[in-house]
Design a binder for this molecule. Sequence first.
Ligand SMILES: [Zn+2]
Length: 61
Amino acid sequence: MILKKYIKINLIQPKSKMNEKDLDEVCEECNKSEESVTQNLIKYGFKVCDSCRVSKTIFPI
Ligand SMILES: [Zn+2]
């Protein structure tokens, strides 16, 4: 329950500080619109979808 609360706080608060432009869920790498893009932006600081995140994590530019 504590972990759930922690995730909620950390996911919602940074979101409100972001521009609307950053929440369009469009991946900067492949320009696909995916729900995971916003999640990855919050979690990892990369505005990428899950598949691009994997390649970014393995081969950081
Ligand atoms: Zn992508």
